[in-house]
Ligand binder design. Structure first.
Ligand code: 2AM
Length: 182
């Protein structure tokens, strides 16, 4: 099989919230349905992308998993207290006023792993967001919400497939967040 024929998986690293947290996030996606328009992200699909990998060959995935096994970042808390809208991508999203240093550390460690394994690394700065609606035509009238407090204890490697009905995600593997001394 030539290199071009080797099947590549479309992968990304994410923080995947537990169901109770996804439900609270989905409330805001729905709350903004009329005024923001577009299509809501299905509740079970709501996630925070840490690093988008794109098409990954099997040996690159092996490399990534081995490098990521060595990542040590302590568990952290996210206080999601902000809703916003990007007109360019027409995305309505949930975010936080204070991004914790551990979240940035984790996102940067995953970018470093990508670089080690020969994957192209995103040049744009990391921006904390969980997409709630796509193809929205405006943002909400409110900006601040009662914080949704989420304790991140693990992160995941996720496969993404595009289907006519939308994206289908499959969590392939999870890593526990651990401080370096544990
Ligand atoms: P988004 O929520 O900002 O759209 C799976 O597709 C995840 O990877 C989504 O959360 C999406 O982020 C992100 N993603 C998809 N395509 C991307 C790309 N080309 N560059 C960076 N992130 C991407």
């Amino acid at each position: 099989m030539s290199e071009a024929e080797i099947p590549r998986q479309r992968l990304f690293f994410a923080l995947w919230p537990e169901v109770a947290i996804q439900q609270r996030m989905a409330y805001w996606a729905e709350r903004c349905a009329k005024s923001c328009g577009g299509k809501r992200v299905p509740e079970a699909n709501i996630h925070l992308t840490l690093a988008f990998l794109g098409g990954v060959a099997p040996e690159q995935r092996g490399c990534l998993e081995a490098v990521v096994d060595e990542v040590t970042v302590a568990p952290f808390e996210l206080s999601l207290d902000r809703i916003g809208y990007w007109s360019r991508s027409r995305a309505l999203w949930l975010s936080t006023t204070h991004t914790s240093p551990e979240l940035l550390e984790l996102a940067m460690a995953l970018r470093a792993a990508m670089s080690v394994c020969g994957l192209k690394v995103e040049e744009r700065p990391f921006r904390t967001h969980l997409t709630l609606r796509r193809r929205a035509h405006r943002g909400p009238r409110f900006r601040e919400i009662d914080p949704i407090v989420w304790h991140a204890t693990n992160f995941a490697l996720v496969a993404s497939e595009t289907h006519p009905e939308g994206a289908r995600y499959q969590v392939l593997r999870r890593w526990r967040l651990v401080a370096s001394s544990e």
